[in-house]
Design a protein around this ligand. Structure first.
Ligand SMILES: CC(=O)CC(=O)O
Length: 670
């Protein structure tokens, strides 16, 4: 079925496209290679047809290396993962710490309201001291350093110190439960673990000592040699944990030696991130130093258009891949804002004023945050001027057309809204923004440079130009394909995860459609969650988009298919979490059905609409559809540590047998 695209005018147009960094790159490639690439579309085509593009990019972005690359790519041991820039030698941390002056590198803020600025010189010194202590305590190339840590300058220092030596860094946020932390760190067996002892979130002080003590004790059986307790983020005082060192004692090993940046291959592993599987242990995804650096710089400098005099604020925890993006900001020379705490404490108005006061020019946020601001009836421009804001980067979920339009009004016409999608698996974006192209509401502007994205049907035929939705695939290697999964020595799990549906071709698991007119991309949902009643295939995102008109009364929603052994067909269930003071009644059900029928079709109308108390989310803020789909279709699930609110999954078991429960619920009559 063809997707019904909105026939809209651009929501935003570039004021002066030829001054953008992406245009400068296009002109440089034209003159260097004697080409005649006319626009971003041509540039993108070149970027996915010639591997030389990555050399051009290396030069353009000013990658710092002791041995610059001559060769782009050679076959690796796994056919799907080539070796990039095999002859180059570089260090990730050296690229992020290139400036040593008194300009501000990072500004740390948070819900406490306290703001600290750190100059490049200070950041270099913090990293030097930490690196020295790590080296003198025995950190070697390839050893793992893990952290259970808030988003603070200390987290940045530990990560860069590890990178300077060639260690592998992995972090989780402090709200991850003991089991979740152990599911991750038992697999990667870190030699060093740093952990917070006391933090504050949403106004509540949380004593982490019992949890961390348990984690440290357990990980000793898995190779942990140095457990380091960080000072309280509330009082600044050191708090001890049995059998661990205080951070001050650990750092006292520093002998003042200068910072050494080990010169390493481009593919040297640096980050371990985790798949968000909601049951079973997470997969440990190993990313290379060079791949994350080159892709991060490309995305921020070219696809987003961040300049060295910009200020970049990505709201993230240390457990999300966007944290690696946040620090990649340092490699572009921008000032990076590091935020610790809830954006809703003491209230979202204070948070929005902080963004404006700090003269943030590139703000990274999520649709969930924007929907909350909208739902609270807040108009950001009435609170502050946001005069420095140039770009709003939205990721983590689908930015629906109505929310796109609201955000444009809310932050002003000038602001370039970029919706992006990629994720933990590639530590970058597959599809993203482009400062030289117009923006259409609800659409991601284009494929990111170097990312050969296509839309496949079930048989592996490219249906990109038809306006029919299908699987998002990436048909050519790029530098941030994971190096491997930790512990998956034969690569079998890795191949199964990405290359098993279409042999040799990366399947991302997103259900997408490309607008043939604008070339914009829409992510309609996860492909495992595609709704398929009576053979009509559509994504949950299409339903969420219609529900945007009900944000005053509906706080959140979850749309899944139900298919039990005894059912001939799949039926669609829509769960609604209502805002405080509102109930789902027959009138609202009828209005919602009517809106879905009008915007989509009668066949998109869910069979059942229920009010529910809670919607399950991953710790990285993603709605969990697949687990709910499995539950309502009859499976029993043991939630993993990736589920932020595991108790919410319990609420869905009673919807397995709808014929018995439906009396207590509101049924939508088709
Ligand atoms: C860039 C992204 O895709 C971030 C995410 O959603 O995990």
């Amino acid at each position: 079925m063809n997707y019904a695209f909105e026939n809209s005018e651009p929501l935003w147009k570039p004021a002066n496209a030829s001054w953008t960094t992406v245009e400068r790159l296009r002109r440089l490639i034209n003159s260097k290679r004697g080409l005649n690439l006319k626009d971003y579309h041509d540039l993108h085509k070149y970027s996915v047809e010639s591997y030389d593009f990555w050399l051009d990019l290396w030069e353009f972005l000013g990658m710092i290396s002791s041995i610059p690359p001559k060769k782009v790519i050679e076959p690796g041991t796994t056919p799907e993962v080539p070796i990039w820039f095999p002859d180059a030698r570089l260090n990730y941390a050296e690229n992020l710490l290139a400036r040593r002056d008194d300009g501000i590198a990072c500004t740390a803020g948070g819900e406490s309201g306290v703001v600290h600025h750190y100059s490049h010189r200070q950041l270099n010194e913090m990293v030097r001291r930490m690196a020295r202590a790590l080296r003198l305590h025995g950190l070697k190339k390839g050893d793992r350093v893990a952290a259970i840590i808030n988003n603070t300058i200390t987290a940045v220092a530990i990560c860069l110190a590890t990178a300077s030596i060639g260690g592998i860094y992995s972090s989780t946020a402090t709200d991850m439960g003991t089991q979740g932390i152990l599911d991750r760190y038992r697999q990667i067996q870190p030699k060093f673990v740093f952990a917070e002892t006391e933090v504050q979130y949403a106004g509540k002080v949380v004593n982490l000592v019992p949890k961390i003590a348990e984690v440290f004790e357990d990980l000793r059986k898995y190779g942990l040699q140095h457990a380091i307790a960080l000072p309280s983020l509330v009082s600044g005082k050191e708090i001890s944990i049995p059998n661990s060192s205080l951070a001050s004692k650990f750092l006292a090993a520093d002998d003042g030696h200068e910072l050494i940046f080990e010169q390493l291959p481009f593919s040297h592993p640096l980050f371990i991130l985790y798949s968000s599987g909601t049951s079973g242990p997470p997969k440990c995804i190993v990313h290379s130093a060079g791949g994350t650096l080159l892709q991060g710089k490309k995305e921020l400098r070219i696809n987003v258009g961040m300049d060295p005099d910009d200020t970049y604020f990505q709201y993230t925890t240390t457990g999300w891949m966007m944290w690696t993006f946040m620090i990649a900001g340092l490699a572009t020379g921008t000032r990076v804002i590091i935020y610790d705490g809830s954006p809703f404490y003491p209230d979202v108005r204070t948070y929005l004023k902080f963004i404006s006061d700090q003269r943030v020019s590139g703000l990274g946020t999520s649709p969930r945050f924007l929907a909350e601001v909208q739902g609270q009836g807040i108009n950001p421009l009435e609170l502050a001027s946001f005069e420095s804001l140039k770009t709003l980067m939205v990721t983590g979920a689908v930015l629906t057309s109505p929310l796109f339009k609201w955000a444009q009004r809310a932050f002003g016409e000038r602001v370039h809204i970029i919706s992006t999608s990629g994720g933990t698996d590639v530590c970058t974006a597959f599809v993203s923004g482009c400062p030289s192209l117009p923006v259409y509401a609800g659409e991601i502007q284009h494929k990111a440079l170097g990312m050969k994205i296509e839309v496949f049907d079930a048989e592996g035929k490219n249906i990109e130009h038809t306006g029919i939705a299908g699987e998002m695939v990436c048909t050519r290697p790029h530098p941030s394909i994971p190096v491997r999964f930790w512990g998956d020595d034969t690569g079998a799990k890795f191949r199964e995860a990405y290359y098993s549906t279409y042999p040799g071709i990366w399947r991302q698991g997103d259900f997408i459609v490309v607008n043939p007119k604008t070339k914009g991309i829409m992510i309609l949902g996860r492909s495992d969650g595609v709704l398929n009643p009576s053979g009509v295939r559509f994504g949950s995102g299409e339903i969420y988009s219609v529900l945007e008109q009900f944000t005053k009364v509906i706080d959140d929603s979850l749309c899944v298919g139900q298919r039990r052994a005894q059912d001939k067909d799949e039926r669609v269930l829509l769960f609604l979490k209502m805002r405080k003071g509102y109930k789902l009644d027959d009138r609202l059900v009828a209005e919602i059905k009517g809106a879905i029928r009008k915007a989509l079709s009668a066949r998109h109308v869910p069979s059942f609409i229920f009010e529910i108390e809670d919607i399950p989310y991953t710790v990285n803020g993603k709605r969990i559809e697949i687990a709910v789909k499995q539950i309502v279709s009859g499976s029993n699930l043991k939630p993993s540590g990736t589920v932020a609110n595991p108790e919410s999954l319990e609420l869905y078991y009673k919807y397995r047998d709808l014929e018995a429960t439906v009396g207590a619920a509101t049924k939508s009559k088709l």
